[in-house]
Design a protein around this ligand. Structure first.
Ligand code: SF4
Length: 321
């Protein structure tokens, strides 16, 4: 039960009352702040779907914190799109033909709050019912809760499950991405998804200069991608981006965990948006050669074409085969 906010959807939250802090609620079970907001549409013009705004996963490099995205509330005070599944269903039913729906680019669909609200799950049910396809990106093994629905979507149309990986070093992973599944947990989830017949893709991003920009790390990640049998890898290069909002958070975390590193970043990149690793050219060559050695599709256009193409399950049989 919730205090009086959120209407019918508040009742979906189990075992939870809670305190109010300003206009937000604090869940008893996940300890996250949240509030509802009303939206007229759920899909972006390119069929992207973000059900939450903000994130509690705490990745130190998170770009979604950037002020350009105009999140007006605390980043950890999750905005929940009220009635998102109902609005999504109306939007999909109004479409003439099905297409791929993409989620996970701006916020993770499997933050802890999803265990309570099951908003992502209800939207997957809508996508399956309406016969649309899905590409879903997360860093959480919570995705396995919905493997039945992912299989159903894939059976009827197409589903691509995607995970981001940044480092094979579990201790470093806990520092860079404290709230998400560890790399090994994500790889296990990828294997389980693949065994269920769901095609998987890995995003290797970001590669942080002077932190995870090593050949050892890259090879460790590629070995795990090969082990998981992923369909493709997306890597935008070897570096990271930084903007107002994300930079301040990142630098504070560098001071906490990597003394002297902030000063090194400032010396190397100043206030540049693009922070390329000095090892970028070498790592790019290694990436190409080692992907090819392992039979991993790494051509960005091919992988994106695959993710975005709407196909029936029958048509999928011809892709990458
Ligand atoms: S999971 Fe994504 S949105 Fe959430 S903190 Fe990490 S990078 Fe940001």
């Amino acid at each position: 039960m919730w205090q009086n906010q959120g209407g019918a959807y508040a009742n979906r939250v189990k075992n939870a009352v809670i305190l109010r802090k300003n206009a937000s609620l604090l869940t008893a079970t996940t300890g996250e702040f949240m509030h509802y907001a009303d939206y007229k549409t759920i899909l972006s013009p390119k069929n992207g779907m973000n059900l939450y705004r903000g994130c509690t996963h705490g990745c130190i490099y998170c770009d979604s914190r950037s002020v350009c995205y105009q999140i007006k509330h605390g980043f950890e005070d999750i905005e929940v799109k009220r009635g998102a599944d109902r609005i999504l269903e109306a939007q999909l039913r109004a479409r003439r033909s099905p297409c791929m729906i993409a989620t996970g680019s701006m916020c993770d669909p499997y933050i802890p709050l999803e265990e309570e609200l099951e908003l992502t799950r209800r939207c997957l049910e809508v996508i399956e019912r309406c016969g649309f396809g899905l590409s879903i990106l997360t860093k959480s093994a919570r995705i396995l809760r919905d493997i039945d629905l992912l299989c159903a979507i894939n059976e009827r149309a197409k589903c691509v499950a995607m995970m981001t990986l940044t480092t094979f070093d579990e201790a470093l992973c806990r520092v860079l991405e404290p709230g998400v599944s560890t790399t090994e947990e994500r790889v296990s989830a990828l294997i389980e998804l693949g065994n269920a017949g769901i095609p998987t893709v890995v995003w290797i991003s970001p590669i942080l200069p002077f932190i995870n920009d090593t050949q050892e790390n890259l090879l460790g990640l590629l070995d795990r991608c090969a082990l998981a049998g992923v369909r493709g890898i997306i890597c935008f290069g070897f570096g990271t981006t930084m903007r107002e909002g994300s930079r301040e958070y990142f630098y504070a975390k560098l001071d906490e965990f990597f003394p002297g590193m902030k000063e090194r970043y400032i010396r190397s990149f100043g206030s540049a948006y693009s922070c390329e690793s000095p090892a970028s050219a070498r790592l790019t060559e290694i990436f190409r050669a080692e992907c090819e050695k392992r039979g991993l599709e790494h051509r960005q256009t091919r992988v994106f074409d695959y993710i975005r193409a709407f196909e029936t399950n029958w048509a999928q049989l011809t892709m990458f085969d």
